[in-house]
Design a protein around this ligand. Structure first.
Ligand code: 2P0
Length: 352
């Protein structure tokens, strides 16, 4: 067999936005959460990662480039994903290229990874979810891993918790699981992307600055200090998950919006209940909430749901295209855009 061959595989994975939030781990190494969560996966044409992985006997070590710049693969999260995938790799034969790789050979072969985000990494928009999901999916493709998306999601979870939900489109539930080894802590698809395609998601970039408290640190501090987190995980979320599943199944926008907004607000309340308190939202985020709440009240039924992750940017979910157009008009009126040549994105200002 020739020794200068290269085999590649490419995958593309969108990011996801949680409507019932994951916040808090019961096991930090395996990344096991304290509650179930539910998310919606974005359309791949918007916020997504494209990753190409290559393997060759000429590669001396595992290496990775992110948006063209080399990054280290030595971190425990990358190492866990690589180990788990290598452990499940299958035999591979490419007769045309004269390549035959047996299961045991994968341990000795090094990989090169090249990953691109089609959105500014610095914009404070979740990139680790799409990144780890895409890495795991591309490696599984390259190494002929014969496992379903849920099993792969349990591997992506070990890269970044929210990544497990990006292995599926549509609405996805991350089941927290019960087992100590985390094998049952994985993602399942609730409905595919066609089930509720009226919804329009608009992301208003409020600030492009990197967050001060990373999600990993923030949730560790919340687990250690917030009593509200314990109450939320044990009493609130289990009921909310069932209600949200029902709302999604029935495309019941009023319930969906009420649950989404309430859960975002409770997650930020947990952050405030953490010692020292964590502030992810800013004044503009609060003004967006007031604006949406007022509009929903005036209409008599919810038109738009809002949700905020570990940062000030607003994720707004409109019930249909007509509402999304009205929402954009309102946003442009109340928060006229500020030019931001660096990011080349829509960064909203504050009219007040
Ligand atoms: C979520 N977030 O459910 C929640 C809501 C942020 C707020 O998942 O430590 O980057 O890598 O597991 O997945 C962000 O947390 O944290 C997150 P790690 P991750 O989307």
């Amino acid at each position: 067999m020739a020794e200068n061959w290269v085999l590649t595989a490419t995958a593309q994975t969108p990011t996801n936005i949680a409507v019932i939030k994951y916040w808090g781990k019961r096991d930090e190494t395996l990344i096991l959460p304290v509650n179930d969560s539910i998310s919606v996966t974005l359309d791949p044409s918007h916020l997504c990662t494209t990753t190409t992985v290559a393997v060759s006997p000429t590669f001396q070590q595992d290496r990775m480039w992110l948006n063209g710049k080399e990054v280290s693969l030595s971190g425990v999260r990358y190492q866990n994903c690589l180990r788990e995938i290598r452990g499940r790799a299958g035999d591979l034969e490419d007769k045309e290229k004269g390549i035959k790789i047996e299961k045991k050979d994968w341990e000795k072969l090094h990989v090169h990874v090249s990953s691109y985000n089609n959105f500014p990494t610095a914009a404070g928009l979740a990139s680790s979810a799409a990144g780890f999901a895409c890495l795991v999916f591309a490696l599984a493709k390259l190494m002929n891993v014969k496992e379903d998306h849920s099993k792969l999601s349990a591997i992506a979870r070990q890269g970044s918790g929210s990544a497990c939900r990006s292995l599926f489109g549509g609405f996805v539930k991350w089941v927290m699981g019960k087992e100590e080894d985390g094998n049952d802590s994985l993602a399942v698809q609730l409905v595919d992307e066609k089930h509720w395609d009226d919804l329009v998601i608009i992301i208003a970039v409020v600030s492009s600055r990197q967050k001060e408290t990373s999600s990993t640190t923030g949730m560790r501090e919340s687990v250690e200090t917030s009593l509200l987190l314990k109450h939320r995980a044990e009493e609130i979320v289990p009921k909310r998950i069932l209600q949200m599943e029902e709302a999604i199944k029935n495309r019941d926008f009023a319930s969906f919006a009420q649950l989404t907004c309430a859960d975002s607000n409770q997650f930020h309340a947990v952050c405030l209940d953490t010692s020292p308190p964590i502030f992810y939202m800013n004044d503009t985020s609060h003004r967006i909430i007031s604006c949406v709440e007022k509009w929903n009240r005036t209409e008599g039924s919810p038109q738009v749901a809002y949700t905020f992750d570990a940062g000030p940017n607003a994720v707004l979910i409109a019930r249909d295209r007509k509402t999304a157009t009205q929402l954009l008009q309102r946003l442009l009126f109340h928060f006229p855009p500020k030019p931001d040549t660096d990011l080349n994105s829509y960064v909203i200002g504050d009219k007040s």
